[in-house]
Structures are given as structure tokens and as C-alpha cells.
Write a protein that binds this ligand. Structure first.
Ligand code: 1YM
Length: 670
């Protein structure tokens, strides 16, 4: 190849290296974060390129493999990347794709009309942030390889012979441990993302292999599901803690596309449907396509997910508002026309029409504009009209043609509307009562002196005796204590009106000050950190899950904005004479015993109540010495699922979940 490379190779090479060096210096600018989320982003970036090739019609299967050395490979059976020298850059095109910033397939190619991708990251960013990248490219019957280390060519692009009938690109890379805080891939995270992509791109086959579990997974169990075949399942808990290892092989392929997505979302939550079929709509205008799939279940939750060019628009945007507007209008019009809403009845609100709704909105457009800081909100106004007019037409048609489904859906919305009215009354009653009592703060709250919210902490403490110790042990300057009375209401099984009138929740709502549901206002939050402090036993876990479910469903932003923490009380106290050590695990206990040597006493704390004020301060509340776990929702989808399964009405799936995950329960954070 050498003689084909023109002279300006050198100067281009300098520019390229400077570009990749910039990525290594400021990785956050290109992938948002160097946390686990950023790490996984690298895989998605390469997979997106393979999916583009599949959408262009040249590739039918994509294999993603998690290797034991923490590297990952992605292989497609598309055309492969053109093998020639790039006319402008004077280096092999393959090398351009992997070393030139923002090149990533979006230049010149006919098949790449639809551009998506967070921060416009491409293969070159993956290369810059990897310890090494190996490429094996089969293009037009010939095979080529190249290797990079930290973005630099380590083994030159080379033609190594015939491709022996194979075609497509194989990429294997190992993320650089100097860059990433976390370098172990989480199987569940990768699986969820690949599954989502398989749903969004109907018919594309994605295979996920995890070689890391091969040693520990031995028995094959057959549990084929619709569109998903698994070999060797070793079910992994959707946990907030350690990375999960997965099945040896899972195949994801859904001919039903987003219809199957909605079925899946409802099924994994083990929800009962209120009408038999998924409603599916599709519309096109100019170069844009909009699709919606929806079905109502009997829960009280709303689960509307939207995507633009296969990117999850977590903050919604025009396509989502178009959908919501049209849904509300169509249901109100239908209800008026058929006398379900009488002349003096108020209209259904948007929230009423979305109770129990599971919907997926997917739009594909040429010139997607993303707004907001995280670029997760679609801004193109033409998408609002496209989705709204499609939903107005197609949903009206569906309701007229399926009167019994229509009846079920409207009954659900009406019930939601009545509950909302009851909730409003309950809320007013609570407010009036607190006005009469002269204070909006609950009686049991021991407040702190500090008024600057970002400096304050509220401990929600299980039980009056632990509450007492916490009150005496705290630093009352910035720490407030609210002892919880009895079991917290399971909000997964209750409508809003019940939540407002629940005696276990009212003090929490009042202490936080930020309201709830429609009235929620983060600016009124009275504490920067809300710390759940419960025993390290089964009852304690139950209270933690109930509280987290409450925050997740009714004050979600507290979790999203990182206000919710879990206190970590020690499990053991090890004493030798006057020396005291605390241990937070069995291993730490053993280490402490070894350190102190002979004649030690190790006692297991049965509950927080056993600790006196000073011990509680030293181990669990003193910012200098305590450990707090921040509750963050990396994967809202998996989390939502877990809450539905764990806290829903159906006992059987909960029992199944607990049995399947029992081994993980000891290190499950919630
Ligand atoms: C495992 C990741 O990147 N596959 C892939 C990438 C490309 C092509 C095919 C491709 C695109 C085009 C023409 C085109 C890319 N090519 C380019 C570039 N899999 C993976 N498969 N021929 C092949 O866009 O017209 C960038 S990406 F720049 F060479 F065209």
C-alpha cells in the first residue's frame, strides 16, 4: 500500500493526532461522562454504525460480544468499509473513519440520510478513548486489518488476502482504564440498549454474547420468548450495584418493531391489559416517518417513551407533545360524541388519558434538531404536526372500529379523572388542616438551623427509638430528623387520592415542602440531601423499597437530580478493650478481627436502635466518616420494570423475582 499514499499524509496525520488528543484531554465533551454511562456509550456508537448499514439494506445481523479481558467486539455482515485511499485525507478510508473526528459515516454516503447520535460521536472517539482497537474489514472479496493504540496507528492498514466469501466489518476495542472510572461492561445495560434498538429497527437481528460468564454458567435452560431466544440464561438482577454478567447468547429480532416493544414493556411488568391489541399507527410526510404503538394496562402509571432517529429522547420534545395533545383531544371528542362525558362534565386532562398507558413513539427525520443541555429533546416543530395529525386520524378510526376497546379505555380515563378530583380535595383538606394547626411542618420533625438548602440533610429514620438516637446524635446545624411511623404505603397499588391522605406519607411530603405530582416544585425543596436510614435487615429493605417507589412514582425529579441517598449503617461492632472498629460487611469484620488480634468481641447490630447516639453519629451520620450511597437511575427503564414487578399487585411475579434474584439480594442496594 505504501506507494499509493500521497505526500500530504504527514500533515493530515498531525491534524488527526491533535484531534484525537483533544478527545483524550476532554472526553466529557465528546461522550458526556467518563462514568459507566460513557463507557457503554462507546459500544452504542459502534453498534449504531452497524445498524445504519442494516437500515441501508446491506446487513442482516450484528453480533456484539463482551470478552473476558473487558474488551468488546461488534461484527456486522454488511459491505465493509471501502478499502481505497481517501481522496482528501490521503490515507485509507477505514483509517479516516477511525481517526478523523466527526467523520463517522456521515460524509458522502448515500445510505446515511438519517443522522442521529448524542454529541455526534463517531468511531474516531471510540478509538481515541480505547487502549486498543482491532479492525478486520472484509470488503469486495478482500480482507484488510489495522490496529490502533490510544488512537495512534499501531499496525498499519494492510491487505491480508481474500475474504473467502465473507463481508462486513469486525471491530474489537478495549476502553482505556486511564480514561474511564469504570471499565467493566454491564450486561443488563448493554442488553437493554440492544433490545431497544432491535425493537426500533424491525427485522434487524442483533446477537449479544457474554463470554465472561462462561466459567460460571454451566446448565442450559430453555426459555424462548417471542422474538428473543436465549442460550444458558443466568438471570441477573437489575441492581444499582455491581456490573451484571449475562447469558452466553441472546438473539434479539422483532418483526413487529415497536408493536413488540409495547408488548414487551407491558409483559415484563406483568401487567394486565384492558384491551386486547396494541394500537399501531404510522404516518409519512416528505422524508419523515412517524410511528406510534400503544396499549393500556390496568396500572396507574404512565409509560410513554419517545425516540428520534433511534435516539431515546428522554426529555420528550415535539413528537411527544404532538402525541399527547392529539390523544387528549381524540379521547375527549369521542367521549362527548358518545355521551360518555355529559354536557356539564369537565374535559379529561392529559394525565387522565395517560393513566395505565404504555406507548412508544418513534420518528425518523433527515434534519433532527435536539434541544436542552443533554440533547435529549426533539425540537423540530414539523414533528408535532406530523404525529398529531396522524394520531388524530388513526386513533379516531381505531376507536370507532373497536367500540369495546374504546369503552375500556374511556372508563379508565374517567376513573383517573375522578381519582384526580378526589386527590385535589384530599390535598386541600391536608392544607387546610395544617393551616389550622398553625404549621405546615410535621410534629415529629426535628428541623435543622441552616436555611441554605444545598447544605442541609433530612434523615428519614425507621422507628422511634432509632429516631431518638439520631436526634441526639445529629449535628442540628444542618441535619434534620424525621422518624417514620409504621409501614409506608405501597404507592404502586394506590391512586393519588390515597397517597395524599396516607398518614405515613403526609409528614414526608410536608417536611420536604416541594409538593407532589402535578404540584411538585423542586425550587421549594427544603433539604439538599434526603437520606433514608433503615435497618440492614429484611424489614429495613422493605421500607427502603417502599420509600424509593414513592419517590420514583411521585417525586421522580428528586432521584434524577441526585437528592436521594441511602445511609449505610455498620453490620458489626468489633471491640478489644477500648479499641472499637465498625464493619460494613463480613469481609470487613474478618479484617478488623485480624487487625486487632486475639480476645476481640464481634457483635452484630440487629438494628439502628441498638446504637447509641454517639455510635450512630460516628458510623452513619458524620460526613467525615460515613458512607452514603447516592440513588441514581442510570437505566430508568429497568428500574421502572423492577418497581412494577416488586411492588405491583401480582404476588406470583414478585415471588419469582425474589427467587431468581435471591443470590443477589445481599448486595442489592435497595
Ligand atoms: C461494526 C461497525 O461500521 N459498518 C459499516 C460502516 C460503513 C459502511 C458499511 C459503509 C458505508 C458506506 C459505503 C456509505 C461506513 N462507511 C463509511 C465511509 N460496523 C460498521 N458498514 N460503504 C460502506 O456510507 O456510503 C463510514 S461508516 F466513510 F467509508 F463511507
Amino acid at each position: 500500500m505504501a506507494e499509493q499514499i500521497p505526500n500530504h499524509y504527514d500533515e493530515n496525520q498531525i491534524q488527526v493526532l491533535e484531534g484525537l488528543e483533544a478527545v483524550r484531554k476532554r472526553p466529557g465533551m465528546y461522550i458526556g461522562t467518563t462514568s459507566s454511562r460513557g463507557l457503554h456509550h462507546l459500544v452504542y456508537e459502534i453498534v449504531d454504525n452497524a445498524i445504519d448499514e442494516a437500515l441501508a439494506g446491506y446487513c442482516e445481523s450484528i453480533i456484539v460480544t463482551l470478552h473476558t479481558d473487558n474488551s468488546v467486539s461488534v461484527q456486522d455482515n454488511g459491505r465493509g468499509i471501502p478499502a481505497g485511499i481517501h481522496p482528501k485525507m490521503g490515507i485509507p478510508t477505514l483509517e479516516v473513519v477511525y481517526t478523523v473526528l466527526h467523520a463517522g459515516g456521515k460524509f458522502g454516503g448515500e445510505g446515511y440520510k438519517i443522522a442521529g447520535g448524542l454529541h455526534g460521536v463517531g468511531a474516531s472517539v471510540v478509538n481515541a478513548l480505547s487502549e486498543w482497537v482491532e479492525l478486520d474489514n472484509c470488503y469486495e472479496g478482500e480482507r484488510y486489518t489495522e490496529r490502533f493504540e490510544r488512537g495512534k496507528v499501531a499496525r498499519a492498514f494492510a491487505h491480508i488476502g481474500s475474504s473467502e466469501g465473507k463481508h462486513g466489518l469486525y471491530v474489537r476495542f478495549k476502553p482505556d482504564a486511564d480514561i474511564f472510572e469504570e471499565t467493566v461492561f454491564d450486561y443488563t445495560t448493554v442488553l437493554n440498549r440492544l433490545r431497544e434498538q432491535a425493537f426500533l429497527n424491525a427485522g434487524v437481528k442483533i446477537i449479544l454474547r457474554d463470554e465472561r460468564g462462561a466459567q460460571i454458567v454451566s446448565e442450559a435452560v430453555e426459555t424462548p420468548q417471542d422474538g428473543e431466544q436465549e442460550k444458558n440464561p443466568s438471570d441477573s438482577a437489575p441492581s444499582i450495584s455491581a456490573p451484571t454478567i449475562g447469558k452466553e447468547e441472546v438473539t434479539l429480532c422483532y418483526e413487529g418493531g415497536i408493536r413488540s416493544f409495547v408488548e414487551h414493556l407491558n409483559n415484563v411488568r406483568r401487567l394486565a391489559m384492558i384491551h386486547p391489541d396494541v394500537i399501531y399507527m404510522r404516518g409519512e410526510k416528505n422524508d419523515s416517518i412517524a410511528e406510534v404503538a400503544m396499549q393500556y394496562n390496568d396500572s396507574y402509571n404512565e409509560n410513554v417513551m419517545s425516540f428520534a432517529n433511534n435516539m431515546h429522547t428522554i426529555e420528550g420534545g415535539t413528537h411527544e407533545t404532538g402525541f399527547k395533545m392529539a390523544l387528549t383531544t381524540v379521547l375527549n371528542d369521542y367521549a362527548r360524541k358518545h355521551g360518555i362525558l355529559k354536557a356539564d362534565d369537565k374535559n379529561l386532562t392529559g394525565e387522565d388519558t395517560r393513566e395505565g398507558l404504555c406507548a412508544v413513539i418513534s420518528v425518523k427525520l433527515t434534519d433532527a434538531q435536539f434541544e436542552s443541555q443533554t440533547k435529549a429533546k426533539l425540537g423540530n416543530s414539523e414533528m408535532r404536526t406530523l404525529v398529531a395529525s396522524m394520531v388524530t386520524e388513526k386513533l379516531t378510526e381505531y376507536l370507532e372500529e373497536n367500540p369495546s376497546s374504546a369503552k375500556q379505555i374511556l372508563e379508565k380515563s374517567l376513573a383517573a379523572s375522578r381519582a384526580r378530583e378526589a386527590a385535589r380535595k384530599a390535598r386541600e383538606l391536608t392544607r387546610r388542616k395544617s393551616v389550622l394547626e398553625g404549621s405546615t411542618l410535621p410534629g415529629k420533625l426535628a428541623d435543622c438551623q441552616e436555611r441554605r438548602v444545598e447544605l442541609t440533610e433530612l434523615y428519614l429514620v425507621e422507628g422511634d427509638s432509632a429516631g431518638g438516637s439520631a436526634k441526639s446524635g445529629r449535628d442540628s446545624k444542618f441535619q434534620a430528623i424525621l422518624p417514620l411511623r409504621g409501614k409506608v404505603l405501597n404507592v404502586e397499588k394506590s391512586r393519588l387520592d390515597k397517597v395524599y391522605t396516607n398518614l405515613s406519607l403526609i409528614p414526608i411530603i410536608q417536611a420536604l415542602g416541594c409538593g407532589i405530582g402535578e404540584e411538585f416544585d423542586i425550587n421549594k425543596l427544603r433539604y439538599g440531601k434526603i437520606i433514608l436510614m433503615a435497618d440492614a435487615d429484611v424489614d429495613g429493605s422493605h421500607i427502603r423499597i417502599l420509600l424509593l417507589t414513592f419517590f420514583f412514582r411521585h417525586m421522580r425529579q428528586l432521584i434524577d437530580d441526585g437528592h436521594i441517598y441511602l445511609a449505610q449503617p455498620p453490620l458489626y461492632k468489633i471491640t478489644k478493650g477500648k479499641q472499637i472498629r465498625y464493619a460494613f460487611s463480613d469481609a470487613e469484620r474478618d479484617a478488623a478481627i485480624a487487625e486487632l488480634g486475639g480476645n476481640v468481641e464481634a457483635e452484630r447490630y440487629k438494628g439502628l436502635g441498638e446504637m447509641d447516639a454517639e455510635q450512630l453519629w460516628d458510623t452513619t451520620m458524620n460526613p467525615e466518616t460515613r458512607t452514603l450511597l447516592k440513588v441514581n437511575i442510570e437505566d430508568a427503564m429497568a428500574c421502572d420494570e423492577t418497581f412494577s414487578v416488586l411492588m405491583g399487585d401480582k404476588v406470583e411475579p414478585r415471588r419469582e423475582f425474589i427467587e431468581q434474584n435471591a443470590v443477589y439480594a445481599t448486595n442489592l442496594d435497595i
